[in-house]
Unconditional design. Structure first.
Ligand code: HEM
Length: 166
């Protein structure tokens, strides 16, 4: 009798644990990275398209050049954050490239200084969207886009080009 009730209690605990695990998986779910919005106005200079080599020229090593960094393929002029991003500053490793993975993971490890965000957990992807919107879009001017997002946003780029050139 004592054995049976022991087994029943164990089973109940297991069921409870299973419910908790299922519930947290449901809550966590998948996270769909937000699509980019293109908010250029008529008369704005046409956005520049950067290759990896081109953006690398703006890594803060030349004080006469602005400092550029890309997140989610959007290139920002982060020159006013020179204390973060200038030569020798804490986050200098992030600039002159698209460091989306590092920004998402809050990592400055060389292997994370890339635009490749494959395999990241939903909460890390959400963090990337939050920093993209809350820091970069809020603080720094957009100066262009990385060439590798051209395919995905081809139609939007065509509309954008027509709009700024009207
Ligand atoms: C001990 C670890 C860290 C501390 C104490 C720290 C602290 C801070 C603080 C206080 C700020 C806000 C500064 C301000 O707005 O005036 C900041 C901003 C920031 N941190 Fe960190 N941080 C750490 C590590 C990292 C790492 C590993 C990354 C890697 C990506 C990172 C990326 C950033 C970025 C991108 C900003 C925004 C800079 C901007 O406004 O342009 N941080 N950090």
């Amino acid at each position: 009798m004592a054995l049976r009730s022991h087994a029943t209690i164990n089973m109940k605990i297991c069921l409870k644990l299973l419910t908790v695990v299922c519930f947290s998986v449901l809550i966590k779910g998948e996270y769909q990275l937000k699509d980019l919005e293109f908010n250029f106005k008529q008369g704005d200079p046409p956005p520049r398209i950067f290759t990896a080599e081109q953006i690398a020229e703006y890594d803060g090593s030349d004080p006469k050049k602005p400092i550029y960094m890309a997140v989610k393929g959007v290139v920002f002029d982060v020159s006013k954050g020179i204390n973060f991003y200038g030569k020798g500053a804490s986050y200098n490793a992030l600039v002159g490239k698209d460091s989306s993975r590092g920004v998402a993971k809050m990592s400055l490890e060389p292997e994370d200084l890339t635009h490749d965000i494959s395999g990241l957990e939903p909460d890390v992807l959400k963090a990337l969207d939050d920093v993209f919107q809350g820091t970069y879009m809020a603080k720094y001017p957009v100066v262009g886009y990385m060439d590798y997002i051209l395919d995905k946003y081809h139609d939007k780029f065509v509309q954008l080009k027509e709009k700024v050139e009207l």
